[in-house]
Ligand binder design. Structure first.
Ligand code: SAM
Ligand code: DTB
Ligand code: SF4
Length: 319
């Protein structure tokens, strides 16, 4: 079977049909496409580091770091460059090929931005790939990050355009698309995905994937997060409400629509049994976050992931 050419003109009916076909057909198709484009036993691993925790002005109703909700999270100062470098060295020693720095900002201010540029240069010196997620960027800021050597910028659309205002009111879907455009124009790799389990329908999930798949260039990396319900946020009540097989369907559909993109099995793995994770890999997920912590919540312990990789015969992708 040959790889279908990369398409950017998916209709919503086509995407829904792919997502809703019988599960076995869907997984078989996704795995077939996956094998034509990637080594099926290789998974890229990135480690996250929250360089600025809490106190964020945005009202994202899933987030532990929004200042609008009482989630019990202590607001912290931005980390020092040296501290970040120590963490990056530890991540590299543990086998991560990419280091992702996140900040709880709507957008970076001038002084903090200069410090992030120093961090990027310092981590690049360790010969690791570097990613940041800092909120909205101007085209000029995107250019500066690119010049500093940043490889990837993460900026999620999170959900469909229609469902977006039910989750976030302090910025628009279009604002997010504008930042993605600035990142792409500055020549960096785009990492953009979403969250499953915020009360959205399969239709919203199909619309979200369609938005990515119909961009002029597919995101290089598509993180699919299962909501980590945070006490104190409006979405805390969504705990346990998502069918994990529907989540696997989203992963498989992303793989089919964007055959050459990395699909990241992101937040939510700590609450997932190993067999669901294995199904996600079978459906075409080929990257994960590795290390005991995501940004503010738990990730499976590194040892547990090592054991899972061994059981499944999966190797970490070398840079
Ligand atoms: N403040 C920046 C922004 O929003 O773009 C960067 C950091 S923000 C925490 C990065 C992403 O993490 C969000 O876009 C969202 O997709 C994801 N995220 C945050 N809280 C989450 C949660 N409780 N469950 C799943 N994903 C979450
Ligand atoms: C992404 O899509 N997921 C990561 C990363 N990009 C920045 C963040 C997940 C955060 C999960 C909740 C937390 O730890 O606060
Ligand atoms: Fe702020 Fe990002 Fe959390 Fe939204 S997701 S509240 S922008 S840290």
């Amino acid at each position: 079977m040959s790889t279908p050419s990369i398409r950017h003109d998916w209709s919503i009916d086509e995407v829904r049909e792919i997502m809703n076909q019988p599960f076995n057909d869907l997984i078989f198709k996704a795995q077939s496409i996956h094998r034509e484009n990637f080594d099926p036993n290789e998974v890229q691993i990135s480690t996250l580091c929250n360089i600025k925790t809490g106190g964020c002005a945005e009202d994202c109703s899933y987030c532990s770091q929004s200042s609008r909700y009482d989630t019990g999270l202590e607001k912290e100062h931005m980390m020092a460059v040296e501290e970040v470098v120590e963490q990056a060295k530890a991540a590299k020693a543990a086998g991560a090929s990419r280091f992702c720095m996140g900040a709880a900002w709507r957008n970076p201010n001038k002084r903090d931005f200069a410090k992030v540029v120093d961090m990027i240069k310092a981590v690049k010196d360790l010969d690791m790939e570097v990613c940041t997620t800092l909120g909205m960027l101007t085209p000029e800021q995107a250019q500066e990050l690119s010049t500093a050597g940043l490889d990837y910028y993460n900026h999620n659309l999170d959900t469909s355009e229609a469902y977006y205002p039910k989750v976030i009111t302090t910025r628009t879907f279009q604002d997010r698309l504008d930042t993605l455009e600035s990142v792409r124009s500055a020549g960096m790799h785009v990492c953009s995905g979403g969250i499953i389990g915020m009360g959205e329908q399969q239709q919203d999930r199909a619309e979200l994937l369609r938005t990515f798949a119909n961009l002029e260039q597919h995101p290089d990396s598509v993180p699919i997060n299962l909501l980590v319900p945070i006490e104190g946020t409006p979405l805390a009540e969504m705990r346990g409400k998502t069918d994990e097989l529907d989540f696997v369907r989203v992963i498989a559909t992303a793989r089919i629509l964007m055959p050459k993109s990395f699909v990241r099995l992101s937040a939510g793995r700590n609450e997932m049994v190993e067999s669901t994770q294995a199904l996600c890999f079978l459906a075409g997920a080929n990257s994960i976050f590795y290390g005991d912590k995501l940004l503010t919540t738990e990730n499976p312990e590194a040892n547990k992931d090592k054991a899972l990789f061994e059981k499944l015969g999966i190797r970490p992708l070398q840079k």
